[in-house]
Design a protein around this ligand. Structure first.
Ligand SMILES: Cc1ncc(COP(=O)(O)O)c(C=O)c1O
Length: 442
């Protein structure tokens, strides 16, 4: 039997029977059975409401098992930048599947990976030209941290610490958690996991720039790298900084001879309005990480890309100096084919013009939220629209109201945000922003 009620009636995952049995009858069979075996992300499994069963996606729409259709404001954690089921990406994957879905990447290679590496090197600023593929953003970060540490070992002067920024988030694996701001909630438990990390304020003004400078002056001989999310700190609260701040980070790293890792897993591929935030700010980090929209959100793929001098520090007659890393699904051929097709679309369908139009529309349509009580700030950068509330929201209540409005918007902390697909049309975007105005307006 299909579930038909509103979200409030949705069963909690581990409610004791017998209520559980009765509630279970309201959801579709596969979900009812699966809930006994699924472990869901970022969820207290005792109390979390059951997730919505999705049967299909198309463009900017999510189709639910009970017949409802939601307009998607998140683009699946901002991966589906070309919309769901884009025929150009689907066709590329189908062709690749017929030829070869995957081969191991050690001792073997293939055209989709070689072409993708060449294209990424050409698109990225400066001499960021050595591409190491992996399967998720967090792993790309682990690899970046590992490269930075070994870079210094290979140069005969080991350094193990990292400087990360307050508000930063870099993933859920151990080292990625360790360089995320421990204060942003979900990663407090990562502190101390490894590696050594120092958390600094972004140098937004002279005082914080001086503090960063002093920290680096003191600690530089033990610091392998600084790690920053350029222009937008995403999961830490959709916090923006300007290009001048990013340039100060870059200049400080340069001045003190510390590597700079730019995590563009959120910001890359047009999300801030430029193809890459670093390029827009006119900086070339030593290492950059990409994932999320790399394949248009269709298949998991990530890349850690190093500048030539970093790569050259690994060239040696000594095998010990090599980067000892090689994920099983590294450079998966289907994912690389999807990524090549996704890159085509930035030219074929002029995504950056769409991102610019989205920035204008989001600014216009979210502006009235400034007058709503309980709203602290409204901000927009590229295709990111944010309404910051005075206090932590009642997420379950907000989610329920958004579902009633027919939209998929998933607030976190005190943040209600939109990161829609670039292909979203005016009416769909209007439905999303109207829903935010109505739901927050009470
Ligand atoms: C900036 C940033 N870095 C790293 C990650 C981790 O990526 P993944 O979830 O693919 O491991 C995320 C995910 O949201 C992110 O936004």
């Amino acid at each position: 039997m299909r579930w038909v009620g509103n979200d409030e009636k949705r069963p909690h995952l581990t409610q004791p029977s017998p209520s559980r049995g009765a509630e279970r009858e309201k959801i579709c069979d596969w979900l009812s059975e699966g809930l006994d075996h699924l472990w869901l992300p970022y969820a207290q499994m005792k109390t979390a409401p059951a997730p919505l069963p999705v049967t299909r996606t198309e463009g900017c729409r999510i189709f639910l098992d009970d017949g409802r259709v939601l307009i998607d404001g998140i683009a699946s954690w901002w991966t589906a930048c070309h919309g769901y089921n884009h025929p150009h990406i689907a066709a590329a994957i189908a062709r690749q599947l017929a030829a070869m879905p995957h081969v191991m990447f050690a001792g073997l290679t293939h055209e989709p990976a070689a072409r993708l590496a060449t294209r990424l090197a050409a698109l990225l600023p400066g001499d960021l030209e050595r591409v190491f593929f992996s399967e998720s953003g967090s792993v790309a970060i682990e690899i970046a941290l590992k490269i930075a540490r070994q870079y210094w070992r290979n140069r005969g002067a080991p350094r193990d610490k990292f400087v990360a920024f307050r508000g930063g988030y870099h993933g859920d694996t151990a080292a990625a958690m360790a360089v995320s701001d421990p204060a942003i909630g979900m990663h407090g438990r990562g502190r101390g996991l490894l590696p050594d990390q120092l958390i600094a304020d972004l140098p937004r003004n002279e005082a914080s720039a001086a503090r960063l400078d002093a920290l680096l002056a003191r600690e530089a001989p033990s610091i392998a790298a600084l790690i920053v999310e350029p222009l937008v700190q995403g999961a830490g609260g959709m916090i923006f900084h300007d290009a001048a701040t990013l340039r100060r980070v870059h200049a400080a790293a340069d001045r003190h001879g510390v590597l700079l890792i730019a995590d563009e897993i959120f910001t890359g591929f047009g999300r801030t309005g430029a193809l890459f935030a670093c390029a827009a700010a006119g900086i070339v980090p030593d290492i950059i990480t990409l994932s999320k929209a790399l394949t248009g959100g269709v298949l998991p793929l990530a890349a850690t890309i190093a500048r030539s001098p970093v790569f050259e520090a690994f060239l040696s007659d000594d095998d010990e100096a090599a980067l000892m890393h090689g994920p099983t699904f590294m450079a998966n051929a289907l994912a690389c084919a999807a990524a090549n097709a996704a890159l085509d679309l930035f030219a074929l369908e002029d995504r950056l013009r769409q991102a610019a139009a989205l920035e204008t529309a989001l600014n216009h349509e979210l502006a009235p939220c400034r007058k709503l009580s309980g709203v602290r700030d409204v901000r927009v950068k590229g295709a990111i629209g944010v309404v910051e509330l005075d206090r932590i929201a009642d997420h379950a209540a907000l989610r329920r109201r958004f579902l009633e409005e027919g939209v998929w918007i998933r607030p976190f902390g005190n943040i209600v945000y939109l990161t829609p697909s670039f292909i979203i049309d005016e009416d769909e975007l209007a439905a999303l922003t109207r829903a935010i105005r109505r739901v927050l307006g009470g």
